[in-house]
Design a protein around this ligand. Structure first.
Ligand code: SF4
Ligand code: SF4
Length: 231
């Protein structure tokens, strides 16, 4: 399969999902040799970027509105994963979609980080909120990460610098002060930037009232990158 052929396969799959249409969905590929374990088994990573259906800001943020965004992106990720699984299987491509273990009481653990794949594919940088910041939508995106063997697929150029600069909007927006304000650089551990345990625990306190964790997302909707222009 040539670079053009696999690009067409992925584009056609993402633009013709069987159950939904995801406006402006896009993707990028990276060389996976940076990753010690998965990189020995697969030579490429792919990150699919799914923009939120609503580009929410702090001004129009509501808890239940953000909960709906989260639920919708979860469904979109499943649709993308299922469609690419079918397409790659039928094309005979050697691939895997690494699992994301989800422990609702503590934090998310991914076998391989889709954010990392996206950064290595040149799709954005890691913000002070420890999320992928895309130039187009900021952190208002959801990701699907895949690994595959396809030498022909030409990888993008990794992003190696934060572009947050002096901004610290997300740091101030967090109601529980979960961010340190330190900028990301390649290889720096996420614990330097964010306290995920506190995020999870504090949002979990809403269970008694909401019957679920609070869907906060203020570190996402506060980001000026990708925010819609004011009317
Ligand atoms: S989701 Fe809310 S509580 Fe958690 S880090 Fe982001 S702003 Fe803070
Ligand atoms: S709000 Fe500012 S500091 Fe936070 S991720 Fe966005 S650009 Fe970076």
């Amino acid at each position: 399969m040539t670079d053009a052929e696999i690009r067409k396969l992925i584009d056609d799959t993402l633009n013709n999902l069987p159950c939904v249409t995801i406006p402006n969905v896009y993707w990028g590929a990276c060389d996976l040799t940076y990753y010690p374990d998965w990189g020995q088994r697969y030579n490429r990573g792919i990150a699919v970027v799914i923009p939120f259906f609503k580009m929410m800001t702090l001004k129009d943020h509501t808890e239940d509105g953000f909960a709906l965004l989260e639920m919708t992106t979860y469904r979109y990720r499943l649709e993308v994963s299922n469609a690419l699984t079918k397409a790659f299987t039928e094309a005979g491509i050697d691939f895997d979609i690494p699992l994301v273990f989800k422990d609702h009481e503590i934090v998310y653990h991914a076998q391989i980080s889709a954010k990392d794949i996206a950064v290595h594919a040149g799709l954005g940088w890691i913000g002070k909120n420890d999320l992928l910041i895309t130039p187009e939508y900021g952190p208002r995106v959801s990701l699907v990460g895949l690994v595959l063997n396809c030498d022909e697929l030409i990888p993008g150029t990794p992003v190696t610098e934060s572009r947050c600069g002096e901004c610290d909007a997300c740091v101030h927006a967090c109601p529980f002060k979960n961010f340190t304000g330190r900028e990301w650089a390649p290889g720096r551990p996420r614990e330097e930037r964010v306290n995920y345990v506190r995020c999870s625990e504090m949002r979990g306190r809403a269970r008694k009232v909401l019957g679920r964790k609070m869907a906060c997302g203020k570190c996402i909707v506060s980001c000026p990158v990708g925010a819609p222009a004011e009317q």
